[in-house]
Write a protein that binds this ligand. Sequence first.
Ligand code: B12
Length: 215
Amino acid sequence: MSDLQKLYDAILNGDAKTAVAVTNEALGEGADPLEMVSRYMVPAMDEVGKRFECEEYFVPELLLAARAMKGSLALIRPLLTERGAEPAGRVAIGTVKGDLHDIGKNLVASMLEGGGFEVIDLGADVPPEKFVAAVKEKGANLVCLSALLTVTMPAMRTTIEALRSAGVREQVKVLIGGAPVTQNYASEIGADGYGESATSAVSLARQLVGEGVAR
Ligand code: B12
Protein backbone atom coordinates (compact mmCIF):
# COMPACT_ATOMS: atom_id res chain seq x y z
CA MET A 1 0.00 0.00 0.00
CA SER A 2 1.31 3.49 -0.89
CA ASP A 3 2.86 5.54 1.84
CA LEU A 4 0.33 8.34 2.25
CA GLN A 5 2.79 10.33 4.32
CA LYS A 6 4.33 11.07 0.90
CA LEU A 7 1.08 12.76 -0.11
CA TYR A 8 1.19 14.93 3.01
CA ASP A 9 4.84 15.82 2.30
CA ALA A 10 4.21 16.53 -1.38
CA ILE A 11 1.43 19.03 -0.58
CA LEU A 12 3.46 20.63 2.20
CA ASN A 13 6.40 20.97 -0.19
CA GLY A 14 4.23 22.21 -3.05
CA ASP A 15 5.23 19.28 -5.25
CA ALA A 16 2.16 18.84 -7.47
CA LYS A 17 3.75 16.15 -9.65
CA THR A 18 4.44 13.84 -6.70
CA ALA A 19 1.09 14.66 -5.05
CA VAL A 20 -0.77 13.58 -8.20
CA ALA A 21 1.41 10.48 -8.68
CA VAL A 22 0.97 9.30 -5.07
CA THR A 23 -2.78 10.01 -5.24
CA ASN A 24 -3.11 7.98 -8.43
CA GLU A 25 -1.12 5.10 -7.01
CA ALA A 26 -3.03 5.07 -3.71
CA LEU A 27 -6.42 5.20 -5.41
CA GLY A 28 -5.32 2.37 -7.71
CA GLU A 29 -4.53 0.31 -4.62
CA GLY A 30 -7.96 1.02 -3.17
CA ALA A 31 -7.13 3.68 -0.58
CA ASP A 32 -10.14 5.44 0.94
CA PRO A 33 -10.45 8.89 -0.73
CA LEU A 34 -12.18 10.43 2.28
CA GLU A 35 -9.39 9.28 4.56
CA MET A 36 -6.79 10.63 2.14
CA VAL A 37 -8.43 14.07 2.27
CA SER A 38 -9.10 14.22 6.00
CA ARG A 39 -5.98 12.51 7.37
CA TYR A 40 -3.30 13.70 4.97
CA MET A 41 -4.32 16.48 2.58
CA VAL A 42 -6.25 18.85 4.87
CA PRO A 43 -3.65 18.48 7.68
CA ALA A 44 -0.91 19.28 5.12
CA MET A 45 -2.74 22.51 4.18
CA ASP A 46 -3.22 23.26 7.90
CA GLU A 47 0.53 22.99 8.35
CA VAL A 48 1.11 25.22 5.30
CA GLY A 49 -1.16 27.83 6.94
CA LYS A 50 0.77 27.57 10.23
CA ARG A 51 4.12 27.96 8.47
CA PHE A 52 2.77 31.00 6.64
CA GLU A 53 1.58 32.55 9.88
CA CYS A 54 5.03 32.18 11.47
CA GLU A 55 6.71 33.53 8.31
CA GLU A 56 8.48 30.30 7.47
CA TYR A 57 6.43 30.11 4.26
CA PHE A 58 5.54 32.98 1.94
CA VAL A 59 3.04 33.48 -0.88
CA PRO A 60 4.93 31.38 -3.49
CA GLU A 61 4.94 28.36 -1.15
CA LEU A 62 1.21 28.88 -0.48
CA LEU A 63 0.45 28.91 -4.18
CA LEU A 64 2.53 25.80 -4.86
CA ALA A 65 0.89 23.93 -1.98
CA ALA A 66 -2.57 24.99 -3.16
CA ARG A 67 -1.73 23.78 -6.67
CA ALA A 68 -0.57 20.40 -5.36
CA MET A 69 -3.74 20.13 -3.25
CA LYS A 70 -5.90 20.98 -6.25
CA GLY A 71 -4.09 18.42 -8.44
CA SER A 72 -4.84 15.61 -5.97
CA LEU A 73 -8.39 16.80 -5.35
CA ALA A 74 -9.13 16.74 -9.08
CA LEU A 75 -8.57 12.96 -8.96
CA ILE A 76 -10.42 12.43 -5.70
CA ARG A 77 -13.49 14.63 -6.19
CA PRO A 78 -15.26 12.41 -8.76
CA LEU A 79 -14.85 9.41 -6.44
CA LEU A 80 -16.44 11.26 -3.54
CA THR A 81 -19.43 12.05 -5.73
CA GLU A 82 -19.57 8.44 -6.98
CA ARG A 83 -19.81 7.05 -3.49
CA GLY A 84 -22.71 9.38 -2.87
CA ALA A 85 -21.06 11.38 -0.11
CA GLU A 86 -23.26 14.44 0.36
CA PRO A 87 -21.24 17.66 0.22
CA ALA A 88 -21.02 19.45 3.56
CA GLY A 89 -22.55 22.46 1.83
CA ARG A 90 -22.51 24.35 -1.44
CA VAL A 91 -20.34 27.46 -1.35
CA ALA A 92 -20.24 30.38 -3.77
CA ILE A 93 -16.92 32.14 -3.25
CA GLY A 94 -15.43 35.21 -4.87
CA THR A 95 -13.36 38.34 -4.40
CA VAL A 96 -15.71 41.30 -4.36
CA LYS A 97 -16.21 43.85 -7.11
CA GLY A 98 -13.23 46.06 -7.86
CA ASP A 99 -10.73 43.77 -6.16
CA LEU A 100 -8.34 41.57 -8.14
CA HIS A 101 -6.55 39.84 -5.24
CA ASP A 102 -7.39 36.17 -5.47
CA ILE A 103 -4.55 34.27 -3.79
CA GLY A 104 -6.21 34.10 -0.36
CA LYS A 105 -9.62 33.44 -1.91
CA ASN A 106 -8.14 30.54 -3.91
CA LEU A 107 -6.60 29.11 -0.79
CA VAL A 108 -9.91 29.35 1.09
CA ALA A 109 -11.67 27.68 -1.88
CA SER A 110 -9.15 24.81 -1.91
CA MET A 111 -9.45 24.31 1.82
CA LEU A 112 -13.23 24.28 1.64
CA GLU A 113 -13.06 21.72 -1.16
CA GLY A 114 -10.68 19.64 0.90
CA GLY A 115 -13.13 19.96 3.78
CA GLY A 116 -15.91 18.33 1.74
CA PHE A 117 -17.72 21.43 0.45
CA GLU A 118 -18.85 21.81 -3.13
CA VAL A 119 -17.26 25.07 -4.26
CA ILE A 120 -18.53 27.38 -6.98
CA ASP A 121 -15.59 29.72 -7.57
CA LEU A 122 -16.84 32.95 -9.12
CA GLY A 123 -13.31 34.40 -9.44
CA ALA A 124 -12.18 37.92 -8.63
CA ASP A 125 -13.84 41.32 -9.23
CA VAL A 126 -17.26 39.70 -8.79
CA PRO A 127 -20.31 41.99 -8.93
CA PRO A 128 -23.10 41.44 -6.35
CA GLU A 129 -25.53 40.13 -8.96
CA LYS A 130 -23.23 37.18 -9.71
CA PHE A 131 -23.38 36.10 -6.06
CA VAL A 132 -27.17 36.46 -6.15
CA ALA A 133 -27.31 34.30 -9.31
CA ALA A 134 -25.13 31.61 -7.69
CA VAL A 135 -27.59 31.39 -4.81
CA LYS A 136 -30.73 31.46 -6.95
CA GLU A 137 -29.58 29.30 -9.84
CA LYS A 138 -26.98 26.99 -8.30
CA GLY A 139 -28.45 26.63 -4.83
CA ALA A 140 -25.40 27.85 -2.88
CA ASN A 141 -26.16 27.86 0.85
CA LEU A 142 -22.98 29.66 1.87
CA VAL A 143 -21.54 32.80 0.27
CA CYS A 144 -17.86 33.55 0.97
CA LEU A 145 -16.62 37.05 0.22
CA SER A 146 -12.98 38.08 0.08
CA ALA A 147 -11.54 41.63 -0.01
CA LEU A 148 -7.92 42.76 0.29
CA LEU A 149 -8.36 46.47 -0.27
CA THR A 150 -9.93 48.89 2.19
CA VAL A 151 -11.62 50.58 -0.77
CA THR A 152 -13.34 47.35 -1.84
CA MET A 153 -14.59 46.34 1.63
CA PRO A 154 -17.85 48.33 1.11
CA ALA A 155 -18.61 45.97 -1.81
CA MET A 156 -19.13 43.27 0.85
CA ARG A 157 -21.94 45.33 2.33
CA THR A 158 -23.38 45.97 -1.14
CA THR A 159 -23.30 42.25 -1.88
CA ILE A 160 -25.17 41.42 1.32
CA GLU A 161 -27.70 44.14 0.48
CA ALA A 162 -28.12 42.65 -3.01
CA LEU A 163 -28.83 39.22 -1.48
CA ARG A 164 -31.44 40.87 0.73
CA SER A 165 -33.08 42.81 -2.13
CA ALA A 166 -33.23 39.61 -4.19
CA GLY A 167 -35.09 37.92 -1.31
CA VAL A 168 -32.45 35.21 -0.76
CA ARG A 169 -30.58 36.56 2.29
CA GLU A 170 -32.48 34.24 4.66
CA GLN A 171 -31.54 31.09 2.72
CA VAL A 172 -27.76 31.63 2.87
CA LYS A 173 -25.04 32.29 5.39
CA VAL A 174 -22.42 34.89 4.52
CA LEU A 175 -18.81 34.45 5.61
CA ILE A 176 -16.28 37.21 4.95
CA GLY A 177 -12.50 37.50 5.12
CA GLY A 178 -9.35 39.12 3.77
CA ALA A 179 -6.46 40.97 5.40
CA PRO A 180 -8.21 44.32 6.17
CA VAL A 181 -11.50 42.69 7.27
CA THR A 182 -12.37 42.29 10.96
CA GLN A 183 -15.04 40.65 13.11
CA ASN A 184 -16.32 44.14 13.94
CA TYR A 185 -16.78 44.90 10.27
CA ALA A 186 -18.58 41.59 9.75
CA SER A 187 -21.00 42.47 12.56
CA GLU A 188 -21.45 46.00 11.23
CA ILE A 189 -22.50 44.86 7.73
CA GLY A 190 -24.63 41.94 8.92
CA ALA A 191 -22.41 39.05 7.77
CA ASP A 192 -22.86 35.74 9.62
CA GLY A 193 -19.17 35.19 10.23
CA TYR A 194 -15.59 36.36 9.76
CA GLY A 195 -12.58 34.12 9.25
CA GLU A 196 -9.00 35.32 9.46
CA SER A 197 -7.46 32.35 7.64
CA ALA A 198 -8.19 29.56 5.18
CA THR A 199 -8.11 27.01 7.99
CA SER A 200 -10.56 28.94 10.14
CA ALA A 201 -12.80 29.28 7.06
CA VAL A 202 -13.41 25.52 7.02
CA SER A 203 -14.37 25.21 10.67
CA LEU A 204 -16.55 28.32 10.46
CA ALA A 205 -18.25 27.06 7.31
CA ARG A 206 -18.98 23.78 9.08
CA GLN A 207 -20.45 25.63 12.05
CA LEU A 208 -22.59 27.78 9.79
CA VAL A 209 -23.95 25.25 7.32
CA GLY A 210 -22.65 21.76 7.55
CA GLU A 211 -21.78 18.70 9.50
CA GLY A 212 -18.70 17.98 7.37
CA VAL A 213 -18.22 14.76 5.43
CA ALA A 214 -14.47 14.61 5.31
CA ARG A 215 -13.50 14.34 8.95
C1 B12 B 1 -0.09 39.94 -4.14
C2 B12 B 1 -0.65 41.35 -3.99
C3 B12 B 1 -1.15 41.96 -5.13
C4 B12 B 1 -1.25 41.25 -6.48
C5 B12 B 1 -2.47 40.33 -6.45
C6 B12 B 1 -2.27 39.05 -7.28
C7 B12 B 1 -3.41 38.09 -7.08
N1 B12 B 1 -3.67 37.33 -8.12
O1 B12 B 1 -4.00 37.99 -6.03
C8 B12 B 1 -1.39 42.45 -7.44
C9 B12 B 1 0.00 42.81 -7.91
C10 B12 B 1 -2.29 42.25 -8.65
C11 B12 B 1 -1.89 43.56 -6.50
C12 B12 B 1 -2.52 44.70 -6.96
C13 B12 B 1 -2.87 45.78 -6.13
N2 B12 B 1 -2.62 45.87 -4.80
CO1 B12 B 1 -1.99 44.37 -3.72
N3 B12 B 1 -1.14 43.21 -2.56
C14 B12 B 1 -0.67 42.00 -2.73
C15 B12 B 1 -0.04 41.53 -1.39
C16 B12 B 1 1.47 41.73 -1.51
C17 B12 B 1 -0.29 40.09 -0.98
C18 B12 B 1 -1.77 39.65 -0.91
C19 B12 B 1 -1.83 38.15 -0.74
O2 B12 B 1 -2.01 37.43 -1.72
N4 B12 B 1 -1.57 37.66 0.49
C20 B12 B 1 -1.49 36.23 0.78
C21 B12 B 1 -2.87 35.63 1.00
C22 B12 B 1 -2.74 34.13 1.27
O3 B12 B 1 -3.41 36.25 2.14
P1 B12 B 1 -4.87 36.91 2.16
O4 B12 B 1 -5.27 37.32 0.80
O5 B12 B 1 -4.91 37.88 3.26
O6 B12 B 1 -5.82 35.71 2.50
C23 B12 B 1 -5.81 35.03 3.74
C24 B12 B 1 -6.79 35.62 4.78
O7 B12 B 1 -6.97 37.00 4.64
C25 B12 B 1 -8.02 34.82 4.61
N5 B12 B 1 -9.03 35.19 3.64
C26 B12 B 1 -8.94 35.83 2.46
N6 B12 B 1 -10.11 35.90 1.85
C27 B12 B 1 -11.00 35.27 2.65
C28 B12 B 1 -12.37 35.06 2.49
C29 B12 B 1 -13.05 34.38 3.49
C30 B12 B 1 -14.51 34.14 3.32
C31 B12 B 1 -12.37 33.94 4.66
C32 B12 B 1 -13.11 33.26 5.72
C33 B12 B 1 -11.01 34.14 4.80
C34 B12 B 1 -10.34 34.81 3.79
O8 B12 B 1 -7.55 33.53 4.26
C35 B12 B 1 -6.40 33.66 3.42
C36 B12 B 1 -5.47 32.52 3.68
O9 B12 B 1 -5.19 32.33 5.04
C37 B12 B 1 -0.73 42.50 -0.38
C38 B12 B 1 0.07 42.77 0.90
C39 B12 B 1 -0.34 41.83 2.01
N7 B12 B 1 0.65 41.43 2.76
O10 B12 B 1 -1.49 41.49 2.16
C40 B12 B 1 -0.91 43.76 -1.24
C41 B12 B 1 -2.02 44.74 -0.87
C42 B12 B 1 -3.30 44.02 -0.48
N8 B12 B 1 -2.23 45.44 -2.14
C43 B12 B 1 -2.44 46.71 -2.00
C44 B12 B 1 -2.67 47.62 -3.07
C45 B12 B 1 -2.75 49.08 -2.69
C46 B12 B 1 -2.80 47.18 -4.40
C47 B12 B 1 -3.09 48.03 -5.62
C48 B12 B 1 -4.12 49.15 -5.43
C49 B12 B 1 -1.73 48.59 -6.07
C50 B12 B 1 -1.82 49.59 -7.23
N9 B12 B 1 -1.49 50.83 -6.91
O11 B12 B 1 -2.16 49.23 -8.33
C51 B12 B 1 -3.55 46.99 -6.66
C52 B12 B 1 -5.07 46.80 -6.63
C53 B12 B 1 -5.57 45.96 -7.76
C54 B12 B 1 -7.01 45.61 -7.53
N10 B12 B 1 -7.93 46.35 -8.12
O12 B12 B 1 -7.31 44.70 -6.80
C55 B12 B 1 -2.42 47.12 -0.54
C56 B12 B 1 -3.83 47.39 0.02
C57 B12 B 1 -3.86 48.59 0.95
C58 B12 B 1 -5.22 48.80 1.47
N11 B12 B 1 -5.27 48.97 2.77
O13 B12 B 1 -6.19 48.83 0.81
C59 B12 B 1 -1.65 45.93 0.12
C60 B12 B 1 -2.03 45.65 1.59
C61 B12 B 1 -0.15 46.28 0.02
C62 B12 B 1 0.24 47.44 0.91
N12 B12 B 1 0.81 47.18 2.06
O14 B12 B 1 0.04 48.57 0.56
N13 B12 B 1 -1.63 43.25 -5.22
